[in-house]
Design a protein around this ligand. Sequence first.
Ligand code: SF4
Length: 395
Amino acid sequence: MALPLVLKTETFSLLGPMTLKAVDGEEFVRHGWPPGRSVLLLDAVPEDQRSSLLQVPWGAVMSSKPSEVSTAAPVLRHPDPHQGVRPGDIIEVNPDRPMLRVLYRRGDNGNVIFATERCNSFCLMCSQPPREEADEWRVRQNIELVDLIDRDEPSLAITGGEPTLLGEGLVDIIRACGRALPDTDLQVLSNGRGFADSDLALRVRAVSHPKLQWNIPLYADVSAIHDYVVQSASAFDQTIRGLYKLAEAGQRIEIRVVLHRPTVARLAGLARFIYRNLSFVRHVALMGIEPIGFARANHAALWIDPVDYQGELSEAVTFLHGNGIPVSLYNLPLCVLRQDLRAFAARSISNWKNVYLPACGACSLQKRCAGFFASIDKKWTSHGVTAVVSEGEAP
Ligand code: SF4
């Protein structure tokens, strides 16, 4: 079951906001996290070890019985132990708020570094509607966060908002990731516009992160459709120029296309455009829509049942694959995909927001099916969803 990322708590003697690694005795000894930047999960410590561990100068101590804890450190009330904080997680606490935020869940496949609320686009289907807010403070917090992430974390995404709006701050975060997590795949979700008229790509190249990739959305082979989808004039031109700047700087690039009514009509044309003009990209991801944020308000303009665009999808996938450009399908359930497309589908939805429908209980494909976003409802459900009884059977 997906665990919540925002939990109720109470703080005692906490003087300011803190970002803390959650540890029990074993986690502390094995990984050596700095105690001043850790929160001791007292409920997880055996009774006979508690008093000696409480002598350590922790950043904070968390307990379900805070009034019984004797320590000089700030104390936090442990939320519901079944939904709570586990060793290895990273939390953010603030004395002004009666809740804590889990910034990192050990073992989750969807951990992100949230760069900024701000964005220079206003996409019809934005899942994280932008807010104009002075949030440069996130650079420092994110660098602190990176230092506490497990060294064997397989992958992380930097997301927003539009991360490039942080400018040098984004370069600093990427540099921190390269230093602390050189083996972690790092994907930055950016609209690419910020590279067009700046030297940002060169500054990123100077950091030389070994496993950095830029995931850039492109919604059509013509500017009118792309600019309409992102609700910004000249965005297509800037994104294309940004892509060339990134390629020139030797960066790894994935093109992302969210599939909805405005984008599927020219999908085959977009595939040809990518092959002819952007053949340097490493991968193309064609993605089902997440029904959240602005997408919900724009349902009428966006919704098209995936079973109704299988022809366009198949043409695009066949063309890209046939011409040597790796392509994947994200966020699309297997039963709505034509047989020839299923091999391209990935289980792409983060654990914490991934659900299955009642029909899935009887389905032989569930283990390798992407399923659905937790925000799904009837309006966003394909009429093609049906249990597949055996692998060879057509839906
Ligand atoms: S019925 Fe099967 S293929 Fe369809 S969404 Fe559920 S698990 Fe996936």
